[in-house]
Ligand binder design. Structure first.
Ligand code: HEC
Ligand code: HEC
Length: 369
């Protein structure tokens, strides 16, 4: 009896391999495709600042890539999977770790071949809100477009999508995840456009609105006297020292999403910057301009600035208090920052209220492997 059963299965196997289409054409329609929208939870603030309500703007989401639970889940897998790198040793998360506010806490980052880039990894918290150019110099416009780049970047993952896609098409895990995320019918439909869409969905799910400062805006907690003084300085409230911060890092995302020269690099003429930043993308007059990043979770993402040249928040505050280094495009606001020892202390206390400790450990943002 046993032999008959065995023979039956052997026969079935042979006939399957004879008649079946190649693996890339295998039908996946047996796997359920039931997209459920992924909801972003916006905080409701009650505290008025400057007599105005504080409102988180709605995240811009492309119509052809709505967030779904399964899309975000696929993106999370791709984000944490070494399969994207040439020698299977690195993933996006190697340079964007949750505990570092999705940075690697290095001044500049080594890629798969151990070669260092010349810019510091950026936090990905709330990156879905940044619609005025990505990267320190704004050279990439959408998360979908950006997600394609690290895989083929010679310093970062140093691979090619032509090499990655067949690996994804052959993986049982990814066949299932792509089917569930995008309703594909065959593995041959897995391509880099869908991979980038899924990574972008995961990135949009990395939002963070539960810092002490958020709890204060929601009316749930009070700030200490020092934190409150630091906040008032931050927004140039009347009667306190002006720190000018909110002109460039404004509420509630703690960034104006715009580009400035904050006096980090010394340059005698507009053509003397070590790194031109925005000027490489736009015009020479904007040499030395970089995107003012969000200061949410800033405690976790040091070292700071595009080149990782400032190690601590104290060094950052000292930099601003000094007025920055000379260059023709330096922002004039830098000359109006005069901070005494207590001002510096209070400002730092306020910056520390921007840390969201819940989100760092949230299961849905951790590696699925
Ligand atoms: C070797 C380290 C490294 C790896 C690997 C890496 N990144 Fe980055 N990432 C960086 C650096 C450095 C920057 C800033 C580069 C610049 O501005 O020129 C950056 C910037 C970004 C930004 C822009 C954020 C913003 O606010 O503008 C996004 C988004 C991003 N990375 C996503 C990814 C994704 C997705 C992957 C994987 C596909 C990835 N990164 C892999 C180092 C890395
Ligand atoms: C004129 C606009 C401007 C003002 C005013 C300003 N910043 Fe910035 N800030 C920037 C820009 C631009 C960068 C990125 C510069 C770079 O990397 O070259 C930056 C970077 C930072 C960073 C590092 C962020 C990171 O992810 O590495 C911190 C921290 C910071 N600013 C804090 C402050 C504080 C605190 C104040 C007030 C004392 C302040 N800024 C005032 C424009 C400004």
């Amino acid at each position: 009896m046993k032999y008959y059963v065995l023979l039956f299965f052997v026969g079935l196997f042979i006939s399957c391999t004879e008649n079946n289409p190649p693996p890339s054409e295998e039908l996946l329609t047996g796997i359920e495709y039931n997209p459920i929208p992924f909801d972003i939870e916006y905080p409701a603030y009650t505290q008025l600042i400057d007599n105005r309500e504080v409102i988180i703007p709605e995240m811009p989401i492309p119509v052809d890539n709505p967030l779904t639970e399964d899309g975000v889940e696929l993106g999370r897998h791709l984000f944490y999977d070494n399969i994207l790198s040439s020698n299977n040793t690195m993933s996006c998360a190697s340079c964007h770790l949750p505990e570092g506010a999705f940075t690697d806490n290095l001044a500049v980052s080594p890629g798969v071949d151990g070669i260092f880039g010349n810019r510091s990894s950026m936090s990905l918290f709330n990156v879905g809100f940044f619609d005025n150019g990505l990267f320190w110099d704004g050279r990439s416009t959408t998360l979908e477009e950006q997600a394609l780049l690290p895989v083929e970047d010679e310093i970062e993952l140093h691979n090619s999508w032509e090499a990655v896609i067949p690996k994804l098409q052959e993986s049982d895990l990814y066949k299932k995840l792509f089917r569930k995320a995008f309703g594909i019918e065959k593995p041959s439909e897995i391509n880099k456009t869908l991979a980038a869409k899924a990574i972008a969905q995961f990135e949009r799910s990395i939002y963070s609105f539960d810092s002490k400062f958020d709890q204060y805006l929601k009316g749930e907690v009070f700030l200490s006297d020092d934190e409150l003084y630091g906040f008032e300085m931050y927004i140039d409230a009347p009667g306190v020292t002006d720190a000018q911060c909110a002109h460039c890092h404004n509420l509630p995302l703690m960034t104006s999403n715009d580009y400035f020269n904050n006096g980090l690099q010394e340059a005698n003429t507009i053509n003397d910057f070590l790194d031109n930043g925005l000027g490489n993308v736009t015009i020479a007059a904007e040499n030395g301009f970089f995107r003012a990043p969000s200061l949410r979770n800033i405690e976790l993402s040091g070292p700071y600035m595009h080149n990782g040249s400032l190690q601590t928040l104290e060094e950052v505050i000292d930099h601003y208090a000094s007025g920055g280094k000379f260059s023709p495009s330096k922002d004039p606001l830098l000359d109006d920052i005069n901070l005494n020892a207590y001002d510096k202390f209070a400002l730092k206390q306020f910056l520390l209220t921007l840390t969201d400790r819940t989100i760092i450990n949230e299961e849905r943002l951790q590696s699925p492997f």
